[in-house]
Every structure is written in C-alpha cells, then in structure tokens.
Design a binder for this molecule. Structure first.
Ligand SMILES: [Zn+2]
Length: 577
C-alpha cells in the first residue's frame, strides 16, 4: 500500500535554531554549581536586596549625593559583602547548606520588613523581646505587605536556593577552599576599612543605630549575646533577697493595706493629659488630682525601651545601669514583699510577667472568655478588674490559719497601648478621637489617625485607672494605687515607630513615661503622709530605678536591700519614722 508519508512542515530557520540558542544557558543552569560560587551568589543577595533598609538609610544621610557619597556607599557595600562572605564561609557547609541559606534569607527579609515598616533596629533586647513574644503579639504584626516581603524575600529566592544542584567536593578540599575564600574576603574587607576609615568611623559614630541595621549580622550578634547571657544566668543559682524583710508594725489601729501596682504598657508621657498634652486624654485622673487624692510625677524615665528590659528592671533592686551589666539572677521586689509576709498577686493581661512573678501567685487573662471584655480572643484591660475580687478571695484562702494579715500587693499588668494595632486596645464605645488608624501597617495611615488611635488607648487607660480607684474606694482597708508605664512609644517622629531603640540613642518619646499615685484617706493617715510632701517629689527627676525602693516604703517593708536615696517617699517620712 501507500508508503507512510511523514508529513514535515517547513519551519523558519530561526525557529529551529531557537533551542540551540538556549542550550548553553540551560546547560549552565543545570550544571551543578561550584560551591563557592553559589555561596558568593547568596552573599551578593544578602548584601544588596537583603539590606535595602541599610542602603536607604545610608543614602538619606547626606543631601549631596556626589562622588564622595558614592564612594562611601561602595566601600560600605564591599565591607558588607566581604563580611557576609566570611560569615557564609564559616556557617554554610554541605550538610546544612540549604536550610542555613533559607534561614538567612528569612532573617534578612523579616528584619528588613520591621526596620522599614517601623524604623526599629535589631539589637539584643529586641531579640529577647522577639523570643518571648506570644501568639497575640505576632497576630498584631501580620499584614499583607509583610506577606509580600516574605514572598519576594524568602519564598522565591528560597525555592531557587533549595533547588540548585551543587558539585560534590571531598570534605578536606572544600574546607581548604572555603577557609581560603574567607581569608581572602577578610583581607579585602580590612583593606577597604583602612582606606575609608575616616568617613566610615564618623558615620558610625554619629549614627549608632546603623550598626544594628546590617543584616544578618545584627541577628547573629543579638542571638549570641542573648545566648551567652542566658547560659551565664542559668549556670548561677538564684540569689535570694529580703530574708530580713518585715512589715513595720501597723499599730493597734492599723488595718492591713491593699496596694495595687499598675504596670502600664507603651504609654508615653507626651500623650498623657496630666503631663500637659494638648488633648485631655486623662480626665478621670485629672479629677482625682484636682481633689488632692492623686499625685502625678512629671519627670520619670523608663529603665528600658521595651517590656523585656523594663519590667524586670522595675522590680529589680539594681537600677538601669547595673541591670544592663548584671549576669547574676536575683530575686525581686515581689519576692521581698512575700518574704515580709505580704500576700502578693500578679494579674496579667499581656504576654507574661517576664519572669518577675515566677515565685508568687499569678494568673493570666489569656484563656478567659468574656463576650464583652474579650471579643476576638483579646481582652480589654478592664478584665483585670473583673477577675481581681475573686482572685483576691482565692489568695485569702491560701493564708495559713493564725497567720496575721499584714497587707496585700496586687500587680495589674496592662495591655495598655501595645502597638502597632492601637485600635484594638479600646472598646467600640470608647473611641473618642476619630478617625483612627485601623491597621497595623502604620505607614498606611495619616499621622493624625495613628495619634487618634493611640490617644484613644491612653484615654482608655485613664478610664481603667479611674475604675481601679473607684473599686479601691469600696474597700474597707487602707488602699493605694501606683501607676507607671513600662516605656514610651514613637509615633512616626524622625521616621520612627513603636519602641525598642537601644537606650543610648532612644528618643525621649520612648523613655519619658507617666507615673501617678493615688492614696486613700485612711492610707494617708496610716502613713502620716500628706499631699504636700508628695507634691515635692512630683517634678523631681525620677526613674524606674526608684520603683523597687519606693514600693517597699509604700508597703512599709523594711529590708537592708532598700536604698533611702532611691525612695521617693523618703521626703514624707518624718524624723520619727
Ligand atoms: Zn512594654
């Protein structure tokens, strides 16, 4: 029969040449990578796209973008590239080449996102904060733009990185070559540093935050510091405090007092009505101040710029400077109060007490279900007052029969103004300032809307403190309330958002915090203090360093750990006391 006819369509010459044209490229793509070349590709990615915030900040440092700026940036680029190469040569070995690469991409992308979005930098205390975060805090930070950054910075390059074939080399040969490359990069880095030292040194001196912006070194350094600190602390046993502590006799008429310590969150003095802010964000406290029941302390500095540093520091006897250098694990104010025989209770509406309440009765609102106060799984601060009476009753039941009641100290740890989702801190019927920013991507909001959301939360704290005082007034015992915020917040000033700047370079918005004290009439007369002596302290330069020593006075606990010079009630104690 008819022969099978092969039907061949005539094709244009360029069409048939097409695959041939791509063959060398495809071959190059599929040929296994030289391990050192692949390592250099990763170093280049991390130096350039993995450090966008650093380059943007450096670019914005000068107005004149002439030759000198260009050379300075180039020098910095070579330094970061060579330093990254050294790091990769030491970290990336065949067995964990792929996961380490992806981890570094994740670090660079996440750091870049937070640095660009909020102007924060990555230092050891920020790292500690990150490690101790909880689901609620993470949820508050998630956003669409974060998803995009992770997609472009982690998923796409990560998949590419994971799929690359790499030449297999004998271990010793690879070791030799990789260390050789590290040495070469190191020499080049030193040469560039030497050549550009003058400009480089002055830039780094004048802009200290830059050193915490270089990815991934900021994270490597911070993790290392954190790990060393934690292992040093873990190796030492907890130092007991206040074995000598005792409550000064209250006398025949002395009913045991109830003291409420409110640990505020992220409230800065700049937006506090009582501090002279243009908006009266604190009307209830103002009313108490006008009636002479409340003292506002106008000049108080925080110990740190984040919760992780500030809260333990407030309850420590050491104070800011000593605390920063300290590796010895000490007990804290709550242990001393408990040793003195007081009942101590920590109620938490936040991500925990940062170790401060480990040895005293404590409870968290995390699992509470209250349709009004805890919609969407997060509770407004008033939940603390709702549970307080029953928790106090439970605490009372644990008191051994026959043991005298000498006083109670309750710590209420607020959610306060925790950002960036400030709008989540206030119930719908308490949003005085409108319109408010209703996203956690603060840059997407006009500045005034961010301030509105923030001020609503301050106003809610005022309401919460007013409620606390109202409840304390219903108690038959002498009562007191001391409120102080743990640190402040940046709301876009100088391009900064949130908090957590290294203390030495932190703006006052992050360290100037509000503090207020309310005393019931019976508490004042029990102590023999009057408003005038407290008023003397109201404008003194105070800080969290005074907290430990002053609360001991408030509770009338005597111990050798108390320093009179850091007790702001000392002025109220007559010579007889
Ligand atoms: Zn905080």
């Amino acid at each position: 029969m008819a022969a099978c006819v092969r039907f061949v369509m005539p094709m244009p010459a360029y069409f048939t040449a097409f695959p041939a044209f791509f063959r060398p490229f495809s071959k190059a793509f599929h040929r296994p990578w030289h391990p050192l070349v692949l390592l250099l590709v990763l170093a280049l990615w991390l130096t350039t796209l993995g450090n966008v915030p650093l380059w943007r900040t450096l670019w914005a440092l000068t107005d004149s973008h002439g030759l000198r700026t260009g050379l300075g940036l180039l020098a910095m680029g070579v330094i970061v590239f060579t330093a990254t190469t050294v790091l990769l040569c030491l970290l990336v070995w065949p067995r964990w080449r792929k996961p380490v690469g992806v981890a570094l991409l994740m670090v660079a992308a996440a750091n870049s996102y937070f640095m660009s979005a909020y102007g924060v930098v990555i230092d050891p205390s920020m790292m500690a904060n990150t490690v101790q975060t909880d689901v609620r805090e993470v949820r508050d930070l998630l956003s669409g733009s974060m998803g995009v950054v992770l997609m472009l910075g982690v998923v796409l390059p990560g998949v590419w990185w994971w799929r690359q074939p790499v030449q297999e080399w004998p271990a010793m040969r690879l070791l030799g070559r990789q260390l050789g490359l590290a040495l070469l990069a190191l020499v080049l880095m030193m040469a560039v540093i030497w050549a550009s030292f003058q400009d480089l040194a002055s830039t780094m001196r004048n802009h200290k935050s830059l050193r915490y912006m270089v990815n991934p070194f900021n994270t490597v350094y911070a993790s290392g510091r954190l790990l060393v600190g934690q292992t040093t602390q873990a190796r030492m046993s907890l130092q007991p405090m206040g074995e000598d502590a005792a409550v000064v006799s209250l006398g025949a008429a002395g009913a045991p007092p109830l003291i409420v310590l409110v640990v505020g969150e992220t409230v800065r003095a700049a937006n506090f009505g009582l501090a002279g802010y243009a908006r009266d964000t604190t009307p209830q406290l103002r009313q108490l101040q006008t009636s002479g029941e409340l003292t506002y302390f106008s000049n108080v500095r925080s110990c740190g710029t984040n919760t992780q540093v500030s809260v333990p520091c407030m309850f420590s006897h050491l104070g800011r400077e000593a605390q920063a250098k300290n590796d010895i694990p000490y007990e804290n104010l709550l242990d001393v109060l408990q040793r003195a025989g007081m009942q101590v209770l920590w109620l938490d509406n936040q991500s925990g007490c940062k170790g401060v309440c480990d040895r005293v009765p404590n409870s968290s609102t995390l699992t509470l279900k209250d349709p009004k106060l805890c919609p969407d799984g997060e509770c407004y601060d008033e939940i603390l007052l709702r549970v307080l009476p029953e928790r106090l009753a439970e605490l009372e039941k644990t008191r051994p029969p026959g043991k005298a009641q000498v006083g109670t100290v309750v710590v209420l740890h607020q959610m306060g103004n925790h950002g960036p989702a400030y709008y989540k801190r206030t119930p719908a019927d308490m949003k005085l300032y409108q319109p408010e920013c209703r996203t956690n991507v603060l840059q997407d909001c006009p500045a005034q809307e961010i301030v509105n959301a923030y001020d609503n939360a301050v106003h809610y704290t005022d309401h919460f403190l007013g409620q606390t005082v109202r409840w304390l007034k219903t108690q038959t015992r002498p009562t007191a309330m001391l409120y102080v915020s743990d640190h402040g917040e940046s709301l876009g000033e100088k391009g900064l958002y949130l908090h957590g700047m290294p203390y030495m370079m932190a703006p006052p918005e992050q360290t100037h915090v509000p503090m207020a004290l309310w005393l019931s009439k019976s508490f004042q007369s029990q102590r023999g203090w009057d408003g005038a002596c407290l008023q003397k302290q109201a404008n003194q330069a105070l800080s969290h360093d005074h907290y430990f020593h002053s609360v001991l006075s408030l509770a009338q606990v005597k111990t050798r750990w108390q320093k009179t010079e850091l007790d702001f009630f000392a002025a109220c104690k007559g010579p007889a006391a």
